[in-house]
Design a protein around this ligand. Sequence first.
Ligand code: BT5
Length: 250
Amino acid sequence: MYFSVLDTKTLGQNFLLLEETDSTNACIKRTQLEEAQGLAVAALRQSAGRGRLGRVWESEGDGLYLSFAVITAAENLTKLPLATAVAAAKALEDAGINGAGIKWPNDILISDKKIAGILCQAWGNKAAVGIGVNIGQSAGFFENMGLPNGASLAMLGYKTDMWMLAGRIITNAERCISLIESGNYDFLLKKYRRLCLSLGSKVEAIGVAETVRGIATDVDESGRLVIDTPKGRISVDSGEVKLRTPQGYI
Ligand code: BT5
């Protein structure tokens, strides 16, 4: 199913499926530059799945754990999280799954629940781009893991072929990355802004020294979230920004 939907020149053409590994991002990281070209790695389980900032990505199974290698000019690497978020949201739509949006910078939410997360790690001119998508886990899984804001596509009523979804994500990722490489980043940014749930919403930016609340008004050219706060306008480029939902800040 993966290769039946994969429509790329190089990305993901070399596809490795593992029963279990520590982290598919770590697999990409361990490859030499020449073997990384076009490589995608997926695993049925991860024993040390990682999120951003050293956090854990629960990867016990029933999810898609997918990473691919991107070799590109160093100045493009910081744009990969944005490109991958657009690619993933669009892939869900292409798979007939409605309502996927991006919580800045690159969580994929449906109905205020985190369905997928993205981790981009770069070295030199190579990056490991990883995406975890919750496919079949039950509500009990998220309860047991203490993840009240997480959900799977199955919980939302979708029966998803995860290999088809993987093929669609990688196909869209190659298109989004080529927009960056061909100087059409502005076009990609417009798509990102349209999909970004944080824009126009109340957000809470958790900084080192203080937590700031305000309304997110823009994602600027550098991918920073611009927030209008009672104390003025700030731009944040990393860290945690929560989104106000009817259930509170998530
Ligand atoms: C992410 O980090 O959301 C990035 C997740 C990337 C996972 C993929 S799987 C393939 C590849 N290999 C890896 O080792 N990683 C990538 P972040 O924004 O930091 O969110 C992490 C937080 O999400 C955690 O602290 C939990 O609160 C929550 N979380 C953990 N597991 C989850 C899950 N399965 N579903 C929903 N939320 C989860």
